[in-house]
Structure formats: C-alpha cells, structure tokens
Design a protein around this ligand. Structure first.
Ligand code: C5P
Length: 193
C-alpha cells in the first residue's frame, strides 16, 4: 500500500491548503473529496443516481466552490447510498502512486482507516468564516451562519459523521499562519515516512 495521509475537519479550517502543500512537498497525489460531494449536489435530480454515475468531468463543473454548492453537498452527503457509491473511487485513488493525500470529513474514520498519518485540522468558527468570506468575497455574517449550519449537519449525520479518528493528530490553525500550519503537518509526515 502506498503511504496515505488522511486529513479531515470542518469547512475552511485549512485542510485543502495543507493537503495541497503536503502533496507537493512529498510528491503525492491529492484528492479533495469535498469536490465529489459538491459535484453530486450540483448535478441535481436523484443524488443516488448522480453518485453512481459520477465521472471525472463532473468535477470540472463551474461554481462548485460556491457556498450554495457547499450546502447542497452537505445535504447529499448525509444519504448513505450516496456515500456508499463513492467509497470505491476514493479508496482506489488512495492506492495510486507513491503516496496519496485525501482531505474530507471521514477519510481517517471510514475511507482510509489504515492511513499512516491522520490529521484533524480545525479552527475557531469565526476565524474560519472570516477566511472563507474573504476567499469568496462574501458577507461575513452570512458565511458564519452557513458554516455553522453545514458543520452541525456534517457532525450530526448517522453515516460517517465528521469527527477526528481516535488516532488523529488535531491541528488547530486558529492562531497559525498557512506556513506554520503546513510546516507542522509536514514535520509529522516526515517523522512517519
Ligand atoms: O470540504 P468541502 O467544504 O468542499 O465539502 C463539502 C461538503 O461535502 C461537506 O460539508 C460535507 O457535507 C461533504 N463531505 C463529506 N465527506 C467528505 C468530504 C466532504 O461528507 N469526505
């Protein structure tokens, strides 16, 4: 099995940035699994059918990063059959190349429970909302309300709820710069390589 890095945590905590930096630093492939759920939500119609038929080109749909797409993703992500249909693709991705970094909500708990490194990246919700509002050029209060709604739904669902794996290292990025957060994550990976 290639070396696997599982990164989970709530929206806008820095998972994606850290995942991309680690993939580049160690020459690993990277999969942002949130994009898969965003694509399923954006396709519309029956989400179970959309998940079963999902193809790589669906991940190129415009507007997948919007707040609306995030809310739609979180709704379809609570449907057990949708999650089941997406497991094989994610696990196959984890087995490609010299190593892989996957980021999402259930990577360390469900998709890759054997991952060599498990990180749970989190931050205070006001900090996360400020970062996301700046990134999207969106209203701060509305972004904060949406993040809270989405995190609550992701943590409360019955199937694969968002939570740290028992053996995950928690990285709180509230007071860290991007450089500090990525260098702490990279040090952890380097220890286990
Ligand atoms: O990470 P991102 O904000 O793009 O994820 C969008 C939504 O997709 C999340 O709010 C969550 O509901 C869902 N998701 C998930 N499991 C993952 C990745 C994302 O349920 N592994």
């Amino acid at each position: 099995m290639p070396f696997t890095i599982a990164i989970d945590g709530p929206a806008a905590a820095g998972k994606g940035t850290i995942a991309r930096a680690l993939a580049e630093r160690f020459g690993f492939a990277h999969l942002d699994t949130g994009m898969i759920y965003r694509a399923v939500g954006a396709i519309g119609g029956d989400p179970i059918e959309a998940a079963r038929r999902l193809s790589a080109t669906d991940l190129l749909r415009p507007d997948l990063r919007s707040a609306t797409a995030g809310q739609a993703a979180s709704r379809v992500a609570a449907i057990p059959e949708v999650r089941a249909a997406l497991i094989v693709f994610q696990r196959r991705f984890a087995r490609t190349g010299a190593g892989a970094v996957l980021d999402g909500r259930d990577i360390g708990t469900v998709i890759c429970p054997e991952a060599e490194v498990k990180l749970y990246v989190t931050a205070d919700d006001r900090t996360r909302a400020a970062r996301r509002a700046a990134e999207l050029g969106a209203d701060y209060e509305q972004t904060l309300a949406e993040l809270r709604e989405r995190d609550a739904r992701d943590a409360a669902r019955d199937v694969a709820p968002m939570r740290p794996a028992e053996d995950a290292v928690v990285l709180d990025t509230t007071l860290l710069s991007i450089e500090e957060a990525t260098s702490q994550a990279a040090a952890l990976v380097a220890q286990r390589l």
